[in-house]
Design a binder for this molecule. Structure first.
Ligand SMILES: [Zn+2]
Length: 158
């Protein structure tokens, strides 16, 4: 290997170590918006940080968004990306805001095997913040239930 090639290869390894990565299934994915732990803690409350950045879960029936059915759009609290529309929200009775679909391209998913269960985790496609899980017991036309932590969302009334 000549010196020039060595420098080039070394630079790629060096630079790629700065790109934050999240394992999505078998893939490694870098998000468009990334922040350090300190930066996230500056904009999120302790509960929001625990849910959104550590895949925690808010207590059921604690989110004011659970029983909110006003017309509007639910945005990511981490990066303001529009994620869900009130048109696709329904009362699942679970105690968490529930939707039967997300806005196109708004969310990413991965397999979550925590707590001896296999679940589909979902997160903001732009900043990777954890939103909740997707189950197969939702209403038609999708049959999906996006069970979302209210603390991950910011509602903007239409
Ligand atoms: Zn986001």
């Amino acid at each position: 290997m000549n010196r020039r090639k060595f420098v080039k290869n070394y630079s790629i390894i060096f630079l790629s170590s700065f790109i934050p990565k999240v394992a999505v299934g078998e893939e490694i994915k870098a998000f468009e918006i990334t922040k350090s732990k300190r930066e996230w803690k500056q904009i999120l409350t302790d509960l929001e940080y625990k849910v959104m950045r550590k895949e925690g879960t808010e207590r059921a029936y604690t989110s004011p968004l659970d029983k909110l059915f006003d017309k509007g759009i639910y945005h990511c609290k981490g990066c303001d990306l529009p994620l869900y529309s009130s048109d696709h929200k329904y009362n699942s009775g679970t105690g968490w805001p529930s939707f039967w679909k997300a806005l196109p391209g708004a969310i990413g998913t991965k397999t979550d095997k925590k707590f001896f269960m296999v679940r589909t985790e979902c997160h903001c496609s732009r900043c990777g913040s954890h939103l909740g899980h997707i189950f197969d017991d939702g209403p038609q036309p999708t049959g999906k239930r996006h069970c979302i932590n209210g603390v991950s969302l910011r509602f903007k009334k239409a």
